[in-house]
Design a protein around this ligand. Structure first.
Ligand SMILES: Nc1nc2c(c(=O)[nH]1)N[C@H]1C(S)=C(S)[C@@H](COP(=O)(O)O)O[C@H]1N2
Ligand SMILES: [Mo]
Length: 377
């Protein structure tokens, strides 16, 4: 006799349904699972770099698991661990505390991953995993002071309400900062983005905002802030590292490497997005940012990096952690061209033409090359 239950009730381990990280074979195309990730986690259309603040819905998104449904009325944030006074904060209490607003450019550490060869198989970003917002919230430092963080404290662990499995490991999304990093006055428990409550996809009701750090540190849908008297090494600490092979510990991914991007000039072909311009002066514009030393200048090349010209860099307006506009005039002549820009920091760090490969596909700040066809007229 055929029994449905007997056929399906087989014990299955999580690591049998959750794939290990891997590197694509030469010429292996993007798979439907990568397409699925790319459709959920969209990038910012590059033309949105015209706005100082990325308009609602155009900021990039990266969500490892599902967007959790969080009820604002019953939401609470627990602050505990090695503190003198464990706290439970609701949204009204947090909103009543002195607030601060920080303009910050956020970028995913995997930005540029799909341009590496061979391609680490994960969210296949090209260059558009970036956006800029004004985040309002309570400095984390004030909450840690209220809870009383003593000399024994080492790390502060942030837990999100989202839950999933990654490479066989079931987990809540968690990241840490050292106590020194966590008490930087610009690190916020943010409840508003561009003056509005956070959207569900950006971490409603409260997320961590760590200006200058890659996206993964900015834990969304916060439920717990736990102070530890020892170092934390959870899954996401070990995953976001620069390494050549999966069996090395690697170097932690931390602050955003310098990058300049170009708003693709002219108009695009629908399918390939190849650019078309007409001869004459073509205004070039883009943005540049760095979470390391500040951007000192931006250079533009219209001949695939053979020669570079200084672009004009807009003011930073006192927004240390936000991208800056740059502009340049290009005298386009008929033919095929490649437009590129690079950021150079006050420390003399120059954005590279080729970035070194790594297993996770992180921190690829190689310059963005945009092929442009200039018509006869
Ligand atoms: N709880 C939680 N926080 C998270 C993530 C997540 O999956 N879960 N993704 C991180 C990553 S990898 C990035 S790049 C940023 C993206 O933030 P955004 O979607 O608001 O742009 O959120 C970070 N915070
Ligand atoms: Mo990310």
């Amino acid at each position: 006799m055929y029994v449905w239950g007997a056929r399906y009730a087989q014990a299955v381990r999580l690591d049998e349904i959750s794939t290990p990280s891997r590197v694509a074979a030469a010429d292996e195309g993007v798979s439907t699972s990568e397409l699925g990730l790319a459709a959920r986690n969209h990038g910012m259309p590059l033309e949105a770099m015209r706005y100082d603040l990325t308009p609602p819905g155009l900021h990039y998104l990266l969500i490892h698991y599902d967007i959790p449904y969080v009820d604002a009325e019953s939401w609470q944030l627990t602050v505990d661990g090695v503190v003198d006074r464990p706290l439970t904060l609701d949204l009204a209490t947090l909103r009543a505390m002195p607030a601060k607003t920080v303009r910050s450019t956020m970028e995913c550490a995997g930005n540029g991953r799909a341009r590496l060869e061979p391609r680490p198989v994960s969210q296949p970003w090209l260059v558009e995993a970036v956006g800029t917002a004004e985040w309002t919230g309570v400095p984390l430092r004030d909450v840690l002071v209220a809870a009383g963080v003593g000399a024994r404290a080492v790390d502060v662990v942030f837990t999100g309400a989202d839950h999933g499995v990654e490479r066989g490991v079931e987990q809540d999304y968690q990241r840490k900062l050292s106590v020194g990093e966590a008490t930087d006055p610009d690190v916020l428990l943010a409840y508003a983005m561009n003056g509005a409550p956070l959207a569900p996809q950006h971490g409603f009701p409260v997320r961590l905002l760590v200006p200058g750090w890659y996206g993964m540190t900015n834990v969304k849908w916060l439920t717990r802030v736990e102070v530890l008297d020892q170092a934390f090494s959870g899954f996401q600490q070990k995953a976001y590292v620069v390494r050549q092979s999966a069996d090395e510990p690697g170097d932690p991914v931390t602050r955003i490497a310098p990058r300049a991007l170009v708003i693709p000039p002219g108009f695009p072909d629908f399918m390939t997005r190849a650019r078309v311009v007409r001869p004459g002066v073509v205004p070039l514009e883009g943005r540049a940012w760095s979470g390391r030393a500040p951007v000192a200048h931006v250079e533009v090349s219209v001949d695939r990096g053979a020669t570079w010209a200084k672009a004009s860099l807009g003011p930073d307006g006192g927004h240390r952690w936000a991208w800056r506009r740059w502009t340049h005039e290009w005298a386009a002549t008929p033919g095929r061209h490649v437009i590129t820009a690079r950021a150079i920091t006050e420390d003399g760090e120059v954005q590279p033409v080729d970035a070194p490969w790594n297993r996770g596909g992180f921190v690829n700040n190689a310059v963005h090359e945009i092929p442009v066809t200039c018509l006869e007229a």
